[in-house]
Design a protein around this ligand. Structure first.
Ligand code: KG4
Ligand code: ZN
Length: 343
């Protein structure tokens, strides 16, 4: 079969990124331009600034990528772009840019979901073999999903309220840590001890998650300490929170592995929170104990990038799942919306 080169574009948050990937699993070249330092000045991503910076930088990012890849847009087989979810202004920049490339160079256009990107980044580690169990841990998702084939998902467990990444970001805010929240909570936790008492979320054997109680407990504990005139030991509270949150994810993942034992070949981990060192270690230990393979993308592919988008677009390309020029960016679209929910 002829090799397929896909040019992927990602601009849903604060990274402008373009990449070319061969056959959905071999990275040819990637450029990522992060706006993190700018947004850090404001304590979080400022949507208006983000979209302006994407607009200013996207052409330069493409030029840099093509130079690195030593290719021309003419050489690729399709243009893929993150169309949802994220900041609308940023998504629009990527979607309109992709449409122009598709039109000018007469290439098929592929609309790829950001979470599919996080999942398919695992094909760069090792070709995914189905059925597998996917743990999706991001700013908007906390899911255990049985993946029966490409783009065939069955949700085994999901969060009833907050996503784990959202919870990390809120805890960072409460502790007064700078943006980006998740990585800074992890950094503080590394220096801390588990000295505080926080409730265990959902003390049951269901596969669903709930993090809002844990989040509220961190907020209340922090306020109570302040009211009593006590200094909150940020490192220790970060460590206590991280232990409880990660242990819950690992505990539920173990339950899901056991439920699907004999069926699944491996666990893949996806989403921004999979950059967390403690989670990576604990999941690796878990899979050793349970005797199944584990795949977690390298750190640079856990955070937002276009490589993962070009990977996720490959099965869409094979199915000729193409978009046309009426494609719209969507700030919100739940990825697993068409999935079968386990009864
Ligand atoms: O997957 P992602 O880009 O979010 C969505 O697409 O929804 O991941 C971003 C999330 C943020 O909540 C961020 O705080 C969290 O991932 N995150 C981390 C770490 N790095 C990123 N959380 C904990 N530890 C980290 N090292
Ligand atoms: Zn992401």
């Amino acid at each position: 079969m002829k090799d397929v080169y896909i040019l992927g574009i990602e601009s849903s948050c604060d990274e402008t990124s373009i990449s070319i990937v061969k056959n959905g699993c071999e990275e040819i070249a990637t450029t990522v331009l992060t706006q993190m330092d700018t947004h850090a000045l404001y304590g979080g991503v400022v949507p208006e600034i983000a979209s302006r910076m994407h607009t200013e930088n996207i052409t330069m990012v493409l030029e840099d990528l093509l130079k690195k890849a030593n290719m021309k847009v003419e050489d690729v087989d399709a243009i893929a772009v993150t169309y949802a979810p994220g900041l609308l202004g940023g998504l629009l920049v990527g979607v309109e840019f992709a449409k122009v490339l598709s039109l000018v160079y007469d290439k098929p256009l592929i609309a790829t979901h950001h979470i599919a990107g996080h999942i398919y980044a695992n094909n760069l580690v090792k070709k995914m073999e189905f059925p597998l169990l996917a743990l999706v841990v991001s700013g908007g998702h906390t899911e255990l999903v049985l993946m029966e084939d490409d783009y065939k998902f069955k949700i085994l467990g999901t969060t009833k309220d907050d996503a784990i990444g959202e919870c990390y970001d809120k805890v960072a805010r409460v502790l007064g840590l700078p943006y980006p929240g998740g990585p800074n909570v992890e950094k503080y936790a590394r220096e801390g001890k588990h000295t505080y008492e926080l409730p265990k979320p959902m003390d049951n054997d269901e596969l669903d998650f709930s993090f809002s109680g844990l989040k509220s407990a961190v907020i209340n504990l922090s306020h109570n300490e302040e009211q009593r005139g006590n200094v909150v030991r940020k490192e220790d509270l970060a460590k206590t929170f991280q232990d409880v949150a990660v242990d819950e994810v690992v505990r539920k993942t173990r339950l899901a592995i056991r439920k699907e034992k004999g069926n699944i070949k491996s666990l893949i981990v996806a989403g921004g929170v999979s950059a967390n060192g403690y989670l990576r270690e604990e999941l690796t230990k878990l899979c050793e104990e349970e005797g199944i393979d584990i795949s977690i993308p390298p750190l640079r592919l856990c955070t937002d990038n276009a490589t993962m988008i070009a990977c996720a677009a490959y099965p869409q390309y094979l199915k000729k799942d193409f978009a046309d020029l009426s494609l719209h960016a969507k700030s919100q679209e739940y990825f697993f919306k068409d999935s079968k929910v386990d009864e």
